[in-house]
Design a protein around this ligand. Structure first.
Ligand SMILES: Cc1cc2nc3c(=O)[nH]c(=O)nc-3n(C[C@H](O)[C@H](O)[C@H](O)COP(=O)(O)OP(=O)(O)OC[C@H]3O[C@@H](n4cnc5c(N)ncnc54)[C@H](O)[C@@H]3O)c2cc1C
Ligand SMILES: *[C@@H]1O[C@H](CO)[C@@H](O)[C@H](O)[C@H]1NC(C)=O
Length: 509
């Protein structure tokens, strides 16, 4: 029985996000002749998605290059394609290590319309930062005093604040700030509550040096540049994959052709035979279709890890204003609800109180040319509920909050626009995190190719890439890109083994 060997192997990539594109580029550049991408939506980029709003561009999905320095492959690509400004590429910018949190100085407003001074904000944010840093230090220690980051943070905060000698009013405000910082952390993790984020594995997420930067022409400019490197016509858009049938021996219509171990069945009835399939769909999608996306179904340990691993929602609400009501130097406007002294990052009544989950706004841009645009951030079930509301309802609630906190009843946004990542049929949320009870072995399980080692069937029939399969850069664009490269490399070393005595061997000696 003949089969496609080496560079003739038929490879199908499911999903045209940065991981799928990265895998396709590596494979085609290596000389693979039969690479196809099947993409459910009508566009490339997946969770990298830019759009025009006001007079400028806003990011519906990924916003920053986290840790833009030499080790970050997204940064390297962006530099190669000249997509960043000089400041972002400067050596000074790359050398600063902020440990993953951009050095934004937030301006805090309280729900009674007061701007809070540094004597209140600084002690609270310093305490939060130091506790958050401590919570990353349990990774690899076997010690886990509480199951979740949220429980640990809350217990530690109560312990520390008990020693504060402030008056009741000051203390209440500081607690409100800490509550807001928990909500901010929910947005960063893409989790409903920090009580769902596992403490022992929290430190597995690694940061790279460099002050986070953005793409002046939109994050999607990177996708466009990458797509130019692919052969024409290798992507089939609007082609959702329904099921990957593997571990078979499928004979195409021409009896003279060799058999394939895999066929990909699309929603439109199209059948695509393959030797290897790289699945890059989001973890949210895999969770929903875990039982039916593969036939034979996923081995139990993989299915369990998909179930256990966290995947939540973080959304953005963009607001455009005629003129700014904030100072020119302001980067972040944060909201502190004075009734939240009990530190909660999830509201008990999502429908009525959803807007309380909004931790604040980043200043997107503020100048005459690009307009004055704020970006509100909201995570969790409150964020998912927000997706169901009408534009008018969202505009009304957010305007009301701004007027109340800033203490200015004339504040009126010209236009409002928000992301809806949870209702996106082919994403089902924003990004992954390690939930309570999870460890990086769950990430390894999710990324493990099929068939499992020890099987007599053809190896590497179904491979798994995507953001959620990277053990230390999950939830990021660089994690996604590296995972696509990893799976491409797996096929490259399988399909084009080095001849003993040359190449690889010599270079090792
Ligand atoms: C709001 C938000 C903010 C973010 N901010 C940042 C940030 O600032 N910095 C950062 O580094 N990262 C950020 N991220 C994360 C980053 O965007 C993702 O980690 C990364 O883009 C994921 O790439 P991927 O290729 O793994 O998946 P995706 O981009 O989701 O690509 C998967 C593709 O598969 C397709 N697909 C799904 N199901 C099927 C199917 N059945 N058949 C065919 N195709 C299918 C989808 O349509 C999609 O195009 C953010 C994400 C969100 C949502
Ligand atoms: C794959 O096929 C082989 C041979 O037919 C069989 O022994 C094995 O159980 C199958 N594996 C799965 C996961 O179905």
């Amino acid at each position: 029985m003949a089969m496609q060997a080496g560079l003739d192997a038929h490879i199908v990539i499911v999903g045209c996000g940065i991981s799928g594109i990265g895998a396709a580029l590596k494979l085609t550049q290596h000389g693979f002749k039969n690479v196809k991408i099947l993409e459910a939506s009508g566009r490339s980029g997946g969770r990298i998605k830019s759009t025009s709003f006001g007079n400028g561009i806003v990011e519906i999905g990924a916003n920053w290059i986290h840790g833009p320095s030499k080790e970050n492959p997204v940064f390297r690509l962006a530099c190669e394609h000249k997509l960043l400004d000089d400041k972002s590429m400067s050596e000074e910018n790359q050398a600063v290590d902020v440990g993953g949190h951009p050095p934004f100085v937030p301006v805090f407003y309280s729900s009674s319309g007061k701007r809070l001074g540094p004597e209140i904000v600084e002690p609270a944010s310093q305490l939060f930062s130091s506790l958050l840093k401590n919570s990353q230090e349990f990774f690899g220690t076997e010690i886990e005093p509480y199951p979740s980051v949220g429980e640990y943070m809350k217990k530690e905060i109560m312990h520390h604040t008990a020693q504060w000698k402030d008056d009741a009013e000051t203390k209440r405000l500081k607690m409100a700030i800490l509550s807001t910082m928990l909500k901010l952390e929910c947005s960063i993790c893409g989790s409903h509550s920090m009580d769902l984020v596992g403490l022992g594995s929290f430190g597995s997420y690694q940061t790279l040096p460099g002050i986070d930067c953005t793409f002046p022409g939109g994050y999607e400019s990177l996708i466009h540049a990458m797509m130019k490197g692919l052969p024409q016509g290798i992507v089939s858009y609007n082609t959702p994959v329904k099921c990957v049938h593997w571990n078979g021996s499928f004979r195409p219509t021409q009896p003279s052709e060799p058999t394939y171990p895999v066929v990909v069945e699309c929603e439109n009835g199209e059948i695509v035979p393959a030797d290897h399939v790289i699945v890059t769909v989001s973890l949210g999608y895999l969770k929903q279709y875990c039982q039916t996306f593969l036939n034979p179904p996923l081995p139990l340990h993989k299915a369990h890890s998909i179930k256990r691993m966290g995947f939540g929602t973080n959304n953005k609400i963009f607001l455009e204003f005629e003129k700014p009501f904030w100072d020119p130097s302001c980067q972040v406007i944060s909201l502190a609800w004075e009734d939240e002294s009990s530190l909660y990052d999830a509201t008990p009544d999502v429908k009525k109180l959803w807007v309380k989950k909004l931790f604040g706004f980043t200043v997107q841009h503020s100048d005459e040319r690009l307009g004055h645009v704020l970006c509100g951030w909201i995570a969790g079930h409150e964020s998912e509920y927000m997706e169901e509301l009408s534009d008018a309802e969202v505009k009304e609630s957010v305007t009301e909050v701004l007027r109340r906190f800033i203490g200015d009843s004339t504040i009126t946004p010209k236009r409002v626009f928000r992301s809806k990542w949870h209702s996106d049929l082919y994403t089902k949320g924003s990004y992954s995190y390690l939930s309570v009870g999870c460890s990086i072995s769950d990430i390894d399980n999710i990324g493990q190719p099929l068939p499992l080692p020890g099987s007599n069937s053809r190896p590497f029939q179904v491979l798994f890439a995507g953001e959620a399969t990277h053990p230390s850069f999950y939830s990021t664009t660089h994690g996604a890109l590296l995972s696509g490269w990893r799976e491409a490399d797996r096929l490259i070393s399988y399909s084009t083994p080095s001849v003993p005595g040359t190449g690889n061997l010599n270079s090792k000696l």
